[in-house]
Write a protein that binds this ligand. Sequence first.
Ligand SMILES: CSCCC(=O)C(=O)COP(=O)(O)O
Ligand SMILES: [Zn+2]
Length: 260
Amino acid sequence: MAAPQQKLEADGEKQNDGYTTDTESLVHSSDPLHPANHISDLCRRFYSLGWVTGTGGGVSIRHGNHIFLAPSGVQKEMMQPTDMFVMDFHTREYLRRPRALKPSACTPLFMAAYTHRHAGCCIHTHSQWAVLITLICEAGLQNSAERNVFAIKEIEQIKGISRGGSGSDEIAEGGRKVGNLGYYDTMKIPIIENTAHEEDLKGALERAIEEWPEACAVLVRRHGVYVWGKDVAQAKTQAESLDYSFQLAVEMHKMGMKWV
Ligand SMILES: CSCCC(=O)C(=O)COP(=O)(O)O
Ligand SMILES: [Zn+2]
C-alpha cells in the first residue's frame, strides 16, 4: 500500500510543498526548447555574455496562456527547470510557485511586453554596453528628446531589428511597416529613468511602449535594457543586435566619432 505522500502524488492532489504533482508536468520535459528548459539554458548563455551576472537580468517566455518566470535574486546561470514559476496570462494567478522562492521582480515588466506588444519572449539584460549608452546619451546630448532615445543608422546589424515592435504581424495594424529595418532606416530605442525598485519601472516602461510603437526594446538608464520579440528566436536576435549596436556606439564615442 502506498504511503500517504505517495498516494497524494499519485492523485495529483495538493501537497504541502505549495504545488501539485499536476503542476509539475508544467516544468518537466525532455524537449530542450520547452520554456522551463529553454530559460535555464538561455540564462547560462547570457551569463557568459555579461547580461545576467550577479543575479541581475533574466528571461521570460510565453507559451500559450502560460507565462514562465524565473525566481528573484538567484544566480540566473545556475537555475534548474524546476525553479520556474508559471503564471496564467489571463487570470494572473500562479499555477506553479516553487517553495521558498519569489518570482522575478521583472515580472510586471515582462507582462507589459506580453500585454501591450503580444510578445512571446522578453529578455532583460544588465549588459554594461546598455548601461554605458544610457550614460553617454545623458551626458552628451543636451536636448531632452535626444537624451531620452538612442538612435543609430547606417550600421548593417540593425537589419536584425523588426520594424514593428514585436514583429508578430505580417501586416501591421495602423499602416505600420512590416519586416526588419533596412540599412538606411534609423533604429530608435527609448530610454527611461531607473527607479529604486525594479517593479516601479512598470509605468514608465508602459508609457514608452505606447509612445514608441515601433520599438522592440526600452533602455533603463544606469540599469540595462528590456527587449522582446514574437518568439524566443526573435527576442534573442534583437537582444544580440541591440547589444552589438550599443557596444559599437560606445566604442565610436570613445574615438570621438558620432553614430548618427
Ligand atoms: C543585482 S540585481 C537587482 C534587481 C534587478 O535589477 C534584476 O534585474 C533582477 O531581478 P530579479 O528579481 O529577477 O532577481
Ligand atoms: Zn534589472
